[in-house]
Design a binder for this molecule. Structure first.
Ligand SMILES: NC(=O)C1=CN([C@@H]2O[C@H](COP(=O)(O)OP(=O)(O)OC[C@H]3O[C@@H](n4cnc5c(N)ncnc54)[C@H](OP(=O)(O)O)[C@@H]3O)[C@@H](O)[C@H]2O)C=CC1
Ligand SMILES: CC(C)CCC[C@@H](C)[C@H]1CC[C@H]2C3=C(CC[C@]12C)[C@@]1(C)CCC(=O)C[C@@H]1CC3
Length: 345
């Protein structure tokens, strides 16, 4: 008679484990003695203790082998927020997350930890010390945000103590660190094209940027505290560096660290936002003739010109969270990790 292997609490799966956050999470899980099954649409590395399963998370049959003998699943896969492909976001973040939940239930998974985003409450206007009880954005600023909201709702609603399927959502904001494919590379590319001379607005707006290891720490605390009797079941948690910083000071520190000049001249927020909106509309209208992707999208301008920082008191109280790497140290380690992006002049 075939014996069914009891899932080990030290065996977990990371969906999206080839990505920026996913790979940092996998590395920390290995350090902590977990063995890890990675499921991703691409394989970007090999590591002892990790088994790779390549596939699309919308395909339950492809997903199930990655969840075999696993008790804990982290779901941190998403299309890039830089995309504006509505169908892709809906397919992966909404239908795909439904598939992940179904596959978890079929595979007898006990815990599912979702990487959501603090942006689920952001509508393009100021948020100061926002707590988790803020309502979801009624007018989400883009398809990424819209589908992250639906995704979070699905995962939190699926939490079922009676059936032994526990869920929690982590809401990070502005993740940065070594190997990030977005923030630093886009910033440097913009600087190299001579477009990082301007500060949008008066430059005093405060924002959370979160070093990737703090985000990983929040995920692991949540996973380890997720038990039927814990208050965290079915809830979202902000995870930040807990050091809101002026958006333009952060950008300047990264730019200067890499040898580029910081932005100096101010432009009115409303003007830049209006221009970004116009360019975005033009890029849609002209798409059949010529494809171009504006750097300053309405989303980026809103993120660069408003206050948006979040309280992580709930994570401190319920998860025992405190950041493990300060902003200063995080920026230094990030800058050091991009020798190829330094200014050569
Ligand atoms: N970066 C940030 O500042 C923030 C990120 N988040 C969230 O954190 C999570 C991780 O983000 P991050 O590490 O930056 O993103 P990455 O793009 O680096 O990682 C996501 C991974 O998921 C993969 N993926 C995409 N679609 C599928 C699919 N259909 N099936 C299987 N795998 C897929 C990606 O592959 P490919 O690259 O080929 O698409 C990639 O390897 C996301 O959920 C994101 O929404 C939340 C707040 C802030
Ligand atoms: C061109 C410059 C004005 C801006 C360059 C940096 C930006 C690329 C980043 C600044 C804030 C970042 C951010 C995200 C992506 C990269 C930035 C826009 C997210 C949208 C990533 C996904 C999320 O869930 C929220 C993030 C907010 C901050």
């Amino acid at each position: 008679m075939a014996t069914r292997v009891r899932p080990s609490s030290k065996r977990c799966a990371v969906i999206g484990g080839s990505g920026f956050l996913g790979r940092h999470l996998v590395e920390k899980l290995l350090d902590r003695g977990y063995s890890v099954s990675v499921f991703d649409i691409r394989q970007s590395y090999e590591l002892p203790g990790v088994t790779f399963h390549q596939g699309d998370l919308c395909d339950k049959q492809a997903l199930l082998p990655a969840l075999k003998d696993v008790s804990l699943v982290f779901h941190c896969a998403s299309p890039s927020p830089a995309s504006d492909d509505r169908d892709l976001f809906e397919r992966v973040n909404i239908q795909g997350t439904q598939t992940v939940i179904q596959a978890c239930k079929e595979a007898g998974i006990q815990k599912l930890v979702l990487t959501s985003s603090a942006s689920v409450v952001f509508e393009g206007t100021d948020i100061k010390n926002g707590r988790e009880d803020l309502p979801y954005a009624k007018k989400p600023i883009d398809y990424y945000t819209k589908t992250k909201i639906e995704q979070e709702k699905l995962v939190l609603k699926a939490c079922d103590k009676q059936k032994g399927f526990l869920t929690v959502a982590i809401r990070p904001h502005g993740i940065f660190g070594p190997r990030d494919p977005q923030l630093v590379p886009i910033l440097v590319d913009t600087a190299r094209r001579g477009k990082m001379k301007f500060i949008i607005g008066d430059g005093t707006n405060l924002v959370d940027f979160t070093f990737v290891e703090n985000v990983v720490h929040g995920h692991i605390l949540a996973a380890e505290r997720l038990r039927p009797d814990s208050p965290i079941c079915g809830k979202p948690y902000h995870i930040t560096n807990d050091e809101p910083v002026r958006f333009w000071d952060f950008m300047s520190q990264v730019l200067v660290g890499l040898g580029y000049a910081p932005p100096r001249y101010h432009l009115p927020y409303a003007l830049v936002y209006g221009l970004a909106l116009l360019l975005w509309l033009l890029s849609i209208i002209l798409r059949p003739l010529k494809s171009f992707k504006p750097t300053f999208t309405p989303m980026r301008v809103a993120l660069a010109g408003t206050h948006h920082y979040y309280s992580c008191e709930r994570a401190k109280e319920d998860l025992g969270y405190t950041p493990v790497v300060s902003l200063k140290e995080g920026i230094a380690r990030t800058v050091q990790s991009y020798p190829h992006l330094r200014c050569e002049a």
